[in-house]
Write a protein that binds this ligand. Sequence first.
Ligand code: EPU
Length: 422
Amino acid sequence: MSRFLIHGGRPLKGRVRASGRKNAAVALLPAALLAEGPVRLENVPDIADVHTYVDILEAVGVDVRRPEPGVVEVDASSLAGRPAPYELVKKMRASYYLLGALLARTGRAEVALPGGCDIGTRPIDQHIKAFQALGADVTIEHGVVRAEAARLRGARIYLDIVSVGATINAMLAASRAEGTTIIENAAKEPHVVDVAILLNAMGGRVVGAGTDVIKVTGVPRLGAAEHTVIPDEIEAATYLMAAAGTRGDVVVEGVVTKHLEPVIAKLHEAGAQVEYDADWIRVRADGRLRAVSVKTLPYPGFPTDAQQPMTALLSTAEGTSTVTETIHEARFRHVDELKRMGTRIRVEGRTAVIEGVERLSGAPVQATDLRAGAALVVAGLMADGCTEVSGVEYLDRGYERMEEKLRTLGARIERVEAAVTA
Ligand code: EPU
C-alpha cells in the first residue's frame, strides 16, 4: 500500500506529455485476440490495468510480448480459450470485453461478472442484450457469465442506454458474425472509434463509429495489424486542472485537442487562460477562478471521468459552482475526503454544490476509486501544507508515472511505501 506525500501551494509550470488512453488500451487488448495473427499496439500506457489485462490474456492462452516500452504484441493465433481467472477479472471492469471477443473468436465465453471502481451499480444488461440479439445463449450463474453460440448472426441492436462498454462489446461480437449488425444509440467516445480503427486494420468492416449508428459487417477471419492507442484525455484533463488550480502555466502535449473540447470550454468559462493547437493545450491562471456549472454527459459532453478532479478545482473558485453527475450513480465519494482539506461542498442527489473557499489546507485523505484519487492529488497540489493521499494503488490503475510527471512540472510529490506492521 503506497501513499503520496504532497507539499502543495506551488504553481505547476512546464510541459508534460499525455500517455495512451487507459480506456482505449483495455478495449484494444481484448480486441486483438479476435485476430489469427500478431497485433502490435503502440503507445500503450504502463499502468496497472494494462498489466492486469496482459495477465488475463496470457491466462486465457494468448501469447503476449512487450518488446519495448509502450509496445504490446498480442498473438492469439493459437488461442487456447481457457476461462479467465476470477482473481484477475474481478480487478477491473474492462474484463467484460473478453465476453464479446471470446464469443466472436471461439463461440464460447465464460467470464466472472466484472469488478472495477465502486462508483454505483454498474449492470451489464445491455452487453448481454447485444450478445442475445446476435444469437448467443447467455446465462449468469454463481457470478459467472456464460455466453455460447454455434454461429453468431448479424442483427439490429438498439441500446437502451448510451454505454461505451456495451457499444464496444457489440462491435467485437459482431465483427466475425454472419451478416450485418446495426448498433443504434451507440456511444460516440473516441475510444469506440479507436477500437473500430483496429478492427478495420485487422480486416474488419466497421463503419459509423463516432456517430450513434454503427454498422458492422461480419467477416470470417481477422488478421495481423498494427495500431497506435489514442492519447488519454482524462489524464490530460487532470494535469490541466492541476495547472489551473495551482495558478500555474502548463502545456500538455501529445493530445487530440478535439477530444478535450468540453474540458477546455469549462476551464475557459472559469477564467483560466487556455491556448491550444491540434495536439497541445496550454492552461494558465493568475488568480482565483470563477464558479461554473458542470454536467457530465456521454461524449461529446463533459466526461464523467474528469468530474472528480473538476470538483477539486472548483473548490477554490469564487462563488457557488455545481457539478451534476448523470452517468454513474455514486461518484461523489471524494467529497467527504475533500472536506478534510477545508472545502465547502454538499451533495444534493446527483449534484455537488461547491461554495468556493479562499485556500485549501493539506490533510491526510483516502482515495476510494481512481478518479477520486485524481481529485485528491489535484486538491493536494492546490493546498497549503502537506497532503497525504492513501490508496495510491487506485491511481496506479490509470495514471502512468503520475508522481514523476507532476515532478517535471515542479510539484513536490513523493511516493511513500506504507510500513508493514506485524
Ligand atoms: N449501464 C447499464 N447497463 C449496461 C451498461 C451500462 O445500465 O449494460 C449504465 C452504467 O451503469 C452507467 C452508464 O450506463 O450508469 C454508462 O456506462 P458505460 O457502459 O458507458 O460505462 P462503463 O463501460 O462501465 C466506461 C469506462 C468508465 C467511464 C464510462 C463512461 C472503461 C473500462 N470504463 O465504463 O471509466 O466512466 O465508460 O464514460 O472503459 C474510469 O476510467 O475512471 C472509468 C470509470
